[in-house]
Structure formats: structure tokens, C-alpha cells
Design a protein around this ligand. Structure first.
Ligand SMILES: Cc1cc2nc3c(=O)[nH]c(=O)nc-3n(C[C@H](O)[C@H](O)[C@H](O)COP(=O)(O)OP(=O)(O)OC[C@H]3O[C@@H](n4cnc5c(N)ncnc54)[C@H](O)[C@@H]3O)c2cc1C
Length: 288
């Protein structure tokens, strides 16, 4: 399978990239790692007239601590996320989730910005970013704006980004020391997208969950922020009854499609199971 014809552009900085997107026709697309876009182009599900490659833009790469927040540049790869010491130390859920994405070859190319900007409900990072209460920094001809991950996803491949905007970074406050975390992903085989997955970030005080946030992957048209499930867990010591309540609350907001990964009923049930497993593991990891 080969892609349709397109013109390739490799801007040297962000200003040039934004300028190109504003001048080129509306079918121009940004390309980062290409590991979602190129397969779609080969299937002719995407037929961009121009590709604007972000690879040479130095300011989009890397992880830094800035003003009390952690900032991950959009073209930081999944491999870089796994290898980064600051992230492993302060936000270990990112390493846990990134190591469950595809395979090493994909992770060497696939970027954090591409993963969250894509809008595919099967991507693992959007649910994790919802659990972390991350924000996405967007830049276009109108300047810079910041959108919360929890508000970013409107439908499958439909996001709050405006035409011509580039997602430049993901930023969030690091979870407090001693927090609990887990990313539980059910997949048919190594390298597959999730049948269902759950991301949990929590804190424990006096032996009970004090704060909790949960994101769900691939059980609706978008990643889901499972507020009721988290609320059901807060104030509990993750006993059987509270896990059952949290699972039921997670299941209640799902609307998965039936596909090769299972029926809608099965995938809904698995969203509950992944939520319970992630809560239990995050709780066991947290320090009171
Ligand atoms: C075999 C295989 C298995 C995979 N399994 C998984 C999996 O289990 N979990 C998972 O999460 N992913 C999986 N992926 C997808 C992979 O992680 C992609 O790399 C990732 O989804 C997209 O990142 P990218 O940098 O490759 O983006 P690209 O493919 O370059 O772009 C994806 C989309 O995002 C847009 N985009 C990219 N960067 C930006 C930006 N900075 N600003 C605005 N728009 C942007 C592009 O225009 C395009 O529409 C798999 C891919 C393959 C090939």
C-alpha cells in the first residue's frame, strides 16, 4: 500500500511551521513520529496535500521542570519518556504506560505530542494525562493557549485544537511524593492497542485514599475521565465493596464499539476490571 501524493516540508523552527500551516491549504497536516499518520495515509484514510514535519524543531524536544510544573516537549518520543530520569522519579506512571505502547520500534519514533494530539481513543497517553490533570499547550497564528486534557477530546479524531494549531508541549504539576500510580492495560498480544485500560493516580492519608483521579483508554470514542469511579474510591481503604462501586461507576460511563478485541459488553466489563486492578495496585504502592 502506498500513500497518496503530498509535498514534504521540514521547518527549522516553530514560527516557520506555524507560518507554513497558515499559508498551505487546509489539507496540510503536521507529522511527528508518523506511526499513526503514515498507516492512515497508506490506507487512504488520510490524504494530506502537504506534510509539515516537526522533527527538526529543537524547541519541541525534551523534558524539563519549569515553574513548579513538568513540561514534556511534543516531539519527545515514547522511548525518551521511558529513559528520562526526572519522569521515572517523579511521574512513574508515564514509564509504566509508555512501555505498554506497541513495541520498541514504534516507541523510538512515536512522540508524546502525536499520541495525545491524534485523538484516537486507542492511544494510551490521553487517559494517563487525564489522571495527571495535564494540560496541552497549543500554538497557532493567534498565539498560545492551554487546554486541559480533560477538556481536549470531543470525539474520535476530533479535538479542541483549531486548524493550523500545533501542540507544542504537555505540562502538569508532578504528583506529590509518596503518591500511588498504576496503568493497567488489557491487550490481546504484545504490541496491541488496549481492549480496555485504566490509569490511576492517588494519594493515601491515614490508611485511606485521600485524592484519586482515573482515566480510561479505548472504551468510548475518546479517552474518559472517570470522576464518579474516583469519588467512589476516595475515603476507602480499597476494600472489596469500594472496588466494586468504583468498577461499576467506571463501567457506567463507557460506550465501547464491538471489534476484534471483544463485544461491547466484554469491553465494558474489562474497563471495570482494569479500574479495580489499577486502584488496588496504586493503593499498594502509595505511602500513607
Ligand atoms: C504497530 C503499531 C502499534 C501501535 N500500538 C499503540 C498502542 O498500543 N498504544 C498507543 O498509544 N499507540 C500505539 N501506536 C501508535 C503510536 O504510539 C503513534 O506513534 C502515536 O499514536 C502517534 O505519535 P506520532 O508521533 O507517531 O504521530 P504522527 O503519526 O506523526 O501523527 C498523528 C496525528 O497527530 C498529529 N500530530 C502529531 N504531532 C502533533 C503536534 N505536535 N501538534 C498537532 N498535531 C500533531 C498529526 O497531524 C496526525 O494527525 C501504534 C502504532 C503502530 C504502528
Amino acid at each position: 500500500m502506498i500513500t497518496g501524493a503530498f509535498e514534504y516540508h521540514r521547518p527549522a523552527d516553530l514560527g516557520e511551521a506555524i507560518g507554513l500551516l497558515s499559508r498551505l491549504d487546509s489539507d496540510a497536516r503536521v507529522i511527528a513520529g508518523g506511526h499513526s499518520l503514515i498507516p492512515m495515509m497508506k490506507l487512504r484514510l488520510a490524504m494530506p496535500s502537504h506534510l509539515v514535519d516537526l522533527a527538526a524543531i529543537a524547541e519541541l524536544k525534551g523534558v524539563r521542570s519549569e515553574g513548579g510544573e513538568i513540561v514534556i516537549g511534543a516531539t519527545t518520543t515514547q522511548h525518551d519518556v521511558i529513559a528520562d530520569e526526572l519522569l521515572s522519579d517523579r511521574v512513574p506512571i508515564l514509564k509504566e504506560a509508555a512501555t505498554q505502547i506497541a513495541d520498541p520500534q514504534v516507541r523510538y519514533m512515536g512522540t508524546i505530542g502525536g499520541n495525545v494530539a491524534n485523538g484516537d481513543p486507542g492511544n494510551d497517553m490521553p487517559g494517563v494525562m487525564m489522571a495527571l490533570d495535564a494540560s496541552y499547550v497549543l500554538r497557532g497564528t493567534g498565539g498560545e493557549r492551554v487546554v486541559a486534557a480533560r477538556d481536549y477530546y470531543k470525539g474520535a479524531y476530533d479535538t479542541a485544537a483549531q486548524p493550523g494549531e500545533i501542540l507544542t508541549a504537555v505540562r502538569f504539576g508532578a504528583p506529590s511524593a509518596g503518591h500511588g500510580w498504576a496503568y493497567e492495560k488489557l491487550k490481546r498480544k504484545v504490541g496491541d492497542y488496549a481492549t480496555a485500560a485504566a490509569a490511576v493516580i492517588l494519594t493515601v492519608s491515614g490508611g485511606k485514599i485521600a485524592t484519586c483521579a482515573i482515566g480510561l483508554t479505548n472504551v468510548a470514542e475518546t479517552a474518559l475521565f472517570a470522576k464518579d469511579a474516583a469519588d467512589a474510591a476516595i475515603g476507602t481503604a480499597v476494600d472489596k465493596a469500594s472496588l466494586a462501586k468504583a468498577s461499576a461507576a467506571a463501567e457506567a460511563i463507557t460506550s465501547p464499539a464491538a471489534d476484534g478485541r471483544g463485544s461491547a459488553e466484554y469491553r465494558t466489563k474489562m474497563a471495570g476490571v482494569m479500574t479495580a486492578r489499577a486502584l488496588a495496585r496504586a493503593f499498594a504502592r502509595a505511602k500513607s
